[in-house]
Ligand binder design. Structure first.
Ligand code: GLU
Length: 347
């Protein structure tokens, strides 16, 4: 039966953070995220007790534009506890869609295998006509209960689709099917109560993540700057001179930036900053030495990672004291684990 008793055997743990799935109409704006608690959302799913036992924890109740290092760390601890609890089958995280990809990718790096870890949200607030949250949440619970979701890293479940965090991106501000995949297909879908994975992708056998909760702080130290036609030279040079640790350039095309800033990029690399080139283009790869000579400038190419994802990975790496070529290798890696599968760890 439906239960919030952590002693009940074999259950799905729901960690709630807010978002539109918990949103309600407001008089001053259309609606506000994070207004309802998770117990109220669960109450909207008829006969949930026919499916599974669940337990829940309200970690935060925010619009995900307010997601922070502090909440990520609280979430880390809650996920770690649930992973260790033998009675937990899988974990569902309710989250606003604005930064769901950021969080899902972060926790994919931190918990690359083991129990299912499923992110879910909604595009219509809880009191909207035809709210999508209850169905999405039930779908996420189905996926988190599925043995097939084990060892697949973090997944996003929305609009009957299952998407790997690593290649997910949000493509529409309002559509129900807002999440799409870059460089690969959906991982699977749901048909009624059935969970279907299309491929046998699994991370079984891989070891633990090289990252832990203390690495999350590094993300705050990574700046991100966009380039665009008509960029003010003085503005960019001034902004670059303030980078002291790490920067992701949200470039155009193959992670390109205007040639006039190359000299400044090289200068700050020489001063010890780590610079990753990524792209505003949502699909494809940013490869080394295509139009920009990375070998000469000392820059790192993001490969298939978006600027937002590059920022998270680079932030986690900051404490590791790695050379640029080691960091480049990590960007080429599916997920850095302690088994040395990326060719670097253990060292
Ligand atoms: N800005 C809100 C959030 O990310 C609304 C987007 C959503 O949840 O769909 O929490």
């Amino acid at each position: 039966m439906l239960s919030n008793n952590a002693n009940a055997k074999k259950y799905i743990k729901i960690l709630a953070t807010g978002g539109t799935i918990a949103g309600k109409s407001q008089s001053s704006v259309d609606y506000a995220s994070g207004q309802l608690n998770i117990a109220a959302l669960i109450a909207e799913i008829p006969k949930i007790q026919d499916y599974t036992k669940i337990s829940w924890q309200q970690v935060a109740n925010i619009g995900s534009q307010d997601m922070s290092i502090k909440i990520w760390k609280t979430l880390y601890t809650a996920i770690e506890e649930a992973k260790k609890d033998d009675d937990v089958l899988g974990i569902v995280i309710t989250h606003g869609t604005d930064t769901m990809v950021d969080s899902a990718f972060l926790f994919d790096l931190l918990f690359p295998s083991g129990k299912p870890l499923v992110f879910v949200g909604a595009m219509r607030n809880a009191d909207a006509l035809s709210a999508d949250g209850p169905q999405n949440l039930l779908d996420a619970i189905h996926v988190a209960s599925s043995i097939e979701a084990v060892n697949r890293g973090a997944l996003i479940v929305m609009n009957s689709k299952i998407i790997r965090a690593r290649n997910a991106y949000k493509r529409h501000t309002a559509a129900l099917g807002t999440f799409k995949t870059s460089n690969g297909s959906y991982a699977g879908d749901l048909y009624g109560d059935d969970v279907n994975f299309y491929h046998n992708f699994s991370r079984e056998g891989e070891n633990k993540s090289i990252f832990n909760v203390s690495d999350i702080d590094g993300i705050a130290q990574v700046s991100m700057m966009s380039v665009y036609p008509g960029l003010s030279v003085s503005y960019y040079k001034n902004a670059l001179s303030k980078i002291n640790k790490a920067l992701v350039v949200s470039g155009v095309g193959n992670g390109n930036f205007p040639s006039f800033i190359a000299k400044n990029i090289k200068e700050i690399v020489n001063m010890g900053a780590i610079i990753v080139r990524s792209s505003q283009v949502p699909e494809g790869y940013v490869s080394r030495n295509v139009e920009i000579n990375d070998d000469q400038l000392g820059t790192i190419a993001s490969l298939g990672l978006s600027p937002q994802k590059s920022r998270i990975l680079l932030g986690l790496l900051l404490k590791k004291n790695m050379s640029n070529s080691q960091i480049q290798k990590i960007f080429e890696c599916e997920v850095p684990t302690t088994d040395g599968s990326c060719g670097i760890f253990p060292n």
